[in-house]
Design a protein around this ligand. Structure first.
Ligand SMILES: [Fe+2]
Ligand SMILES: [Fe+2]
Length: 158
């Protein structure tokens, strides 16, 4: 997690961090339940995880990522493309996951580690880069994109 540039002070970035933490918690809980043979609970947590991630991904892709690619393509397009591909690949994996299958469970454990690494790439590089690059109009657009992905929800208040 980035603790040096103040990016968590930025309202939208703080929300993305909170969504990451929520997703990591759900993923870790599902993995522990699989390890303990509690497959019904694990399946419920995988469903919750996918829902949380789909909202999060829509908020990133329609918000911060869209602005970064539109406004600063030379700086960010190549960095963001694989992140979006990883969103789609993980969605497909989670939809097809059978928690009662040992190979699927092993693959899930590997996917959780990859998800942690994916989020680190965003937290350590992309989010701080947006904070030093964006102007006020960029933030307004990025927050509008996030809002469309989360109708009726408010960004975390101060
Ligand atoms: Fe992401
Ligand atoms: Fe993310």
């Amino acid at each position: 997690m980035c603790n040096y540039c103040g990016c968590q002070e930025q309202t939208l970035i703080r929300d993305y961090y909170a969504e990451h933490n929520g997703s990591r918690d759900l993923a870790d809980r599902a993995r522990r339940q699989m390890d303990e043979g509690r497959y019904d609970e694990a399946r419920e947590h995988v469903t919750l995880l996918l829902a949380e991630l789909e909202g999060h991904w829509a908020g990133e892709e329609g918000g911060l990522f869209a602005v970064m690619v539109d406004r600063y393509p030379d700086d960010f397009a190549d960095y963001i493309r694989p992140l979006v591909e990883e969103h789609r690949a993980l969605a497909t994996f989670l939809r097809e996951l059978d928690v009662t299958d040992a190979e699927h469970r092993a693959a899930f454990a590997a996917q959780v580690l990859e998800l942690h690494e994916h989020m680190m790439r965003e937290e350590d590089s992309l989010f701080p880069a947006s904070v030093v690059t964006f102007d006020g109009e960029d933030w307004t657009r990025a927050i509008d994109g996030w809002q469309q992905a989360h109708p009726g929800r408010e960004l975390i208040a101060d």
